[in-house]
Design a protein around this ligand. Structure first.
Ligand code: PNS
Length: 164
């Protein structure tokens, strides 16, 4: 059976924390669909198209087989999207304890909505366990250096957004 996982998120922007999860995910799954939430209500720095482009560039930068990583966007319920894409697994990364409650709640809500879709967690690489898109944006806005925390293709776009 082909093992396909959906790796959903805001990815505003993708960080090295995300690419580390992708890297590990490829050990377990044949194909990973990175699915960017298309949510007009959420104030995002990058458009969905920009975010998808940065994910594609970062995946290429990782040297991943392009047939094994697909980048897409979705709206509506995640479990419905997963079902449409024939994916039985939702992949999420877990960093600190702070992530746990939110992730447990989402995983159980998604299980309630569709018991056939499993959520699988990969523990964040300890080098990136403190890295979050929101912090990366804030630090960049305030002039800090995040060059080691985001994939190479992301950095110039991030700096440009803050006129740095
Ligand atoms: O990167 P994020 O912002 O932590 O990702 C959150 C995401 C996209 C996984 C979550 O908001 C989501 O799945 N939204 C889709 C709507 C949905 O299915 N909601 C019910 C699940 S609890």
């Amino acid at each position: 059976m082909r093992r396909i996982a959906v790796y959903p998120g805001s990815f505003d922007p993708i960080t090295k924390g995300h690419t580390a999860i992708l890297h590990s995910g490829l050990v377990a799954f044949e194909k990973i669909i990175v699915a960017v939430l298309n949510n007009d209500n959420k104030k995002a720095l990058f458009s969905v198209a920009e975010r998808m482009e940065m994910i594609r560039e970062s995946a290429a930068d990782m040297g991943a087989d392009p047939k094994r990583i697909e980048v897409d966007s979705f709206d509506g319920l995640l479990v419905s999207y997963a079902q449409r894409r024939n994916a039985r697994v939702i992949l999420r990364g877990l960093r600190a304890v702070a992530d746990f409650e939110y992730e447990l709640q989402m995983a159980n809500m998604n299980r309630h909505l569709n018991p056939e879709v499993e959520t699988v967690f990969i523990m964040a690489n300890d080098a990136y366990f403190y890295v979050a898109s929101n912090l990366v944006k804030e630090v960049t806005r305030l002039g800090g250096n995040v060059a080691d925390l985001v994939p190479e293709p992301v950095l110039p776009r991030l700096l440009a957004k803050f006129d740095k």
